[in-house]
Every structure is written in structure tokens, then in C-alpha cells.
Write a new protein. Structure first.
Lengths: 168, 326
């Protein structure tokens, strides 16, 4: 699941919002919030409405198409946000086993990124310890990214300490 | 009159004997009983009513029981209703407990055991054998010491499907990790401290490499989640690689590290994990803890002492009550 934010322009008369909500329900989306931006009324008198929806990534394109087919202007919809984040710990020779390729294992997936890393290396030649924060486009993707990271780390003899739950 | 035979007279056996000497407590629990045999690896006492106080005194003084029948001979020649199989664990062969338990079940005696070995090696075989013989095999003491786990899941939340069990099943590892967390000392130093306290087994790798935890996990998986797995199916990672800095960095993010045994439909694993500080599994010292997820009951959490003479004996006695509660 991913969270997507749509900005649509609705005419200021009854029944307009339903044209957006019905397709959302059709594609099994879950509406998280709806904000009417009355202060940003357009020259033609329409009101921009910002809607956040939790929905299967695969359905986003069809949803937008369907809303447009109702005659509603979809002003924008954002890229799928990285919605799932977790921290994992790495212990071992993290730097000297080419840190870049370790991080690449996650980044190259295309759906997950290493967004933060904190490394402690108190002694030369001794194993270092790092906390890596990974974000992905959804929980399942996060698990796949984590599996890729584990594979690479196993080859490099780096111990991976995973969180108790993928998302707390 | 319930006739009890005790096989194994080490820490757990002696703990059980002390509780059985408390007639008032035990009579109220299970009615009339007598101990008809006590045996250790070197000797035994067999009588229609063994004087446990005397047996403990002899064991204390000589380090062993007097020459007498061995366990096999007792099983073959002495009549008893229930055997308490409390001999030391061997997770490779299950012996000598495995042979003891099989013989007892075959002859139609109930068995209560604190010995992980036989269950890790042959759970399915033993449970089928018990069923065929119309007797019970109970083993609350094998996992989590005094903590109620087996009967809690089998009886108290019966009817639930168990989705997952995650737990801290080895007090020694938990002691080492919680001391590392507090003192920021190296694994080696804390291990040495634990050895001085006598809470590490002679063969430390059994604890710190996660094998003991894995053995308990196999018992949980087979007996409570209807799996058929063995020790080699468990993905095992111990705690020996963990650095003191690991705790520093983890704590900054609101985590600590604990050795977690986990079983669910697609996971069978013992490994160090990052535990949020506000998670109930973040327990300290030698404590054990277990977090059960069940389809009806939701989450259930148990915490308690995972080892110790009287603590483990407490679990053995609770199995006696399960069989003979009056």
C-alpha cells in the first residue's frame, strides 16, 4: 500500500466530491484526509481540494484516469511517497567491504532507499557498528529491500540485526 | 495413591523433591501420593515410600545416590503411575532421557519432563507413542522455566490459532545483553562476569550461540503450532558479534538489542533483534519473556524466571496438578 495525495479542482456546487470519492472506493482506496482550499479558489470559480488516499500502488494510474473521465480536473498527484521506514543495525567491517555497494543493494531496487546512516568505528581494524534507516514505497517492498541487504551483508560477513517488527 | 518415580536428581530433581516434601501443599493439590523411586546417573533409592529428606541428605553428602537399580531397571521392575524425567539435556541424541521416556510411555506410565533433548529429537514420535499408550507426556518445564507457556497456549487460550510466538528464551543471553546495554562493556567482559555468577553453562556456546533458544523454539513450533521441524531447520545467529557501540547507536534511535526466538508460518529463527524500548519484550537481567499472537485472543505477553531449581520445579509440579488435580 502507498499513500498518494491528489489535488483536484471541483466546481462549487453539490455532488462534486462524490465524483472523486466513488472511484476511490471502486479501487479500494482508503481516504485519509480531505482538505478544501477555499482560499485558493481558481479564476473560474473552482475550489482546489487536496485528498490523501491509501491505496495499492498499482491502482493509482487507473484511479486518476477514472476521476478524469468524470469530468473532474486532476491538477496534480504526487509521486508515491516512501511510506514504510525501518531501522536495521549492521556490525562488521562495514567501510572496508565497500560501503557504497552495501547501500546500493537497497537503492538499486528502485522502490527503497537508504535515507540515513550512523556509523561508529571506535577502533581501527575492529568491526564497526552502523544504524541504517531504510524507506520504501510499501511494507512488502521494504521487506524485499531488507532481504537484498541481508544477502549482500552475508557475503561480506556483516551481521544484520533486524527490528522486531518491520514497522512499529 | 499416585506413585511417582523421579529420574534425575540434579538442580531440578532436588527442587521437585523439596516441593514434594511439603505434604500439606501437595495433598491439597493432588491428593495422596508417594515417591517410589529416585535415581541419578550413579545410583538410586527404591522403596514403597522413599524418604526424600534422607535422599537429599545423602545426595548432598556424597554428591550421588547410593548404589542400586539403574533407571532402566526401575522402569522395567518397579510399578509407578508417573515418571518425572529430569535428567540432563542432550539435544543431539536426546539421551538418556529419550530412552527413559519411550520405555515409560510404552509401559503405560505418564511422563513429566524438564528435559529438552528428547522433545527436540523426537517430539512427534513421543507424542504419538503417548497417545497410543493412552498416557500423557507433559513438558511445561522445558521452555521458559517457571513461565506458563505450554499449558497457557494449549489450555488457557485453547481454540485460538497461534499466528506467531516471539520470545526471550535464554536468561544467560538476556543477562549478557542487558548488562552490555547498561555498562557499555564488551561481550567478552560481560561473559566473564556471567561465568563468575555461575549463570553460564560449562559449554557456553550452547547459550550464547543461540542453540538452547533454538531447541526451545523447536519444542514450541512442534507442540503448539503443529509443525514438524527439527533443530537444523532453525536459522540461528547468536550474540557473540554484538559490539558495545551497538547499544549506544540503538538507544539513540529508541531501541535496545535482545536475542529473540521467533516462530510463525514462514519464520523459524533465533537472532539478535532491535527492540523498541517501549516494547514489553525489552526485559532485563536473566528474565525470560514471550509474546504470543493468536487469532482470537490477540496479543498475550508472559514474563518470568526462565531457570532455577525451584522455578523449574514449579513447572514440573504444575504438570503434576494437570494430571492429578483433585
Amino acid at each position: 500500500m502507498a499513500v498518494v495525495t491528489l489535488v483536484v479542482e471541483l466546481k462549487d456546487k453539490p455532488g462534486q466530491l462524490a465524483k472523486v470519492i466513488e472511484p476511490v472506493s471502486k479501487y479500494r482506496g482508503n481516504i485519509i484526509s480531505i482538505v478544501h482550499k477555499r482560499e485558493k479558489r481558481t479564476p473560474t470559480g473552482s475550489i482546489p481540494v487536496e485528498i490523501s488516499i491509501e491505496i495499492d500502488e498499482k491502482s493509482i494510474g487507473k484511479l486518476v484516469e477514472n476521476i478524469r473521465s468524470q469530468g473532474v480536473v486532476v491538477k496534480s498527484y504526487n509521486e508515491v511517497r516512501l511510506t514504510s521506514t525501518t531501522s536495521v543495525m549492521l556490525i562488521g567491517h562495514i567501510i572496508h567491504t565497500d560501503l557504497a555497494t552495501t547501500i546500493d543493494a537497497v537503492d538499486r531496487t528502485g522502490f527503497a532507499e537508504v535515507v540515513e546512516m550512523h556509523i561508529s568505528m571506535p577502533y581501527l581494524e575492529k568491526p564497526s557498528t552502523a544504524m541504517m534507516t531504510i524507506s520504501a514505497t510499501g511494507e512488502k517492498k521494504l521487506k524485499v529491500a531488507l532481504d537484498r541487504l541481508k544477502e549482500v551483508c552475508m557475503k561480506k560477513k556483516i551481521t544484520v540485526i533486524e527490528p522486531l517488527e518491520l514497522e512499529e | 495413591m499416585i506413585r511417582i518415580a523421579i529420574f534425575g536428581f540434579g538442580a531440578v530433581g532436588k527442587g521437585v523433591a523439596k516441593i514434594l516434601m511439603d505434604r500439606e501443599r501437595m495433598n491439597r493439590l493432588i491428593g495422596n501420593y508417594s515417591v517410589v523411586a529416585v535415581a541419578d546417573s550413579k545410583g538410586s533409592i527404591v522403596s514403597s515410600s522413599v524418604n526424600l529428606k534422607e535422599a537429599l541428605k545423602i545426595k548432598e553428602k556424597n554428591g550421588r545416590l547410593p548404589d542400586g537399580m539403574n533407571v532402566i531397571e526401575i522402569i522395567e521392575e518397579v510399578d509407578f503411575d508417573v515418571a518425572l524425567e529430569l535428567t540432563p539435556t542432550n539435544i543431539d541424541t536426546g539421551e538418556p532421557g529419550l530412552t527413559h521416556i519411550k520405555k515409560c510411555l510404552k509401559k503405560g506410565a505418564n511422563v513429566i519432563t524438564s528435559n529438552k533433548g528428547p522433545l527436540v529429537v523426537a517430539y512427534k514420535e513421543l507424542s504419538k507413542l503417548a497417545e497410543r499408550s493412552g498416557v500423557k507426556l507433559l513438558f511445561e518445564a522445558t521452555v521458559g522455566g517457571a513461565m506458563p507457556v505450554i499449558k497457557l497456549i494449549k489450555r488457557d487460550i485453547a481454540g485460538n490459532r497461534i499466528r506467531s510466538i516471539k520470545g526471550i528464551l535464554n536468561g544467560t543471553c538476556n543477562y549478557i545483553l542487558s548488562r552490555m546495554e547498561k555498562e557499555r562493556l564488551s561481550y567478552r567482559m560481560i561473559l566473564a562476569e556471567a561465568k563468575e555468577l555461575g549463570i553460564v553453562e560449562a559449554n557456553e556456546s550452547y547459550d550464547v550461540e543461540g542453540i538452547d533458544s533454538a531447541a526451545k523454539l523447536v519444542i514450541l513450533a512442534n507442540s503448539l503450532m503443529d509443525m514438524d521441524v527439527s533443530l537444523k531447520d532453525v536459522e540461528i545467529e547468536g550474540i557473540t558479534e554484538i559490539t558495545p557501540e551497538a547499544f549506544e547507536i540503538a538507544l539513540e534511535k529508541g531501541y535496545t538489542i535482545r536475542l529473540i526466538s521467533e516462530v510463525s508460518e514462514d519464520v523459524l529463527r533465533v537472532s539478535p533483534r532491535l527492540i523498541p524500548l517501549n516494547n514489553p519484550l525489552c526485559v532485563h537481567g536473566t528474565l525470560n519473556a514471550i509474546l504470543i499472537k493468536a487469532d482470537l485472543a490477540g496479543e498475550i505477553f508472559v514474563i518470568g524466571r526462565g531457570a532455577g531449581s525451584l522455578e523449574t520445579a514449579s513447572a514440573v509440579i504444575s504438570d503434576l496438578a494437570e494430571l492429578y488435580s483433585c
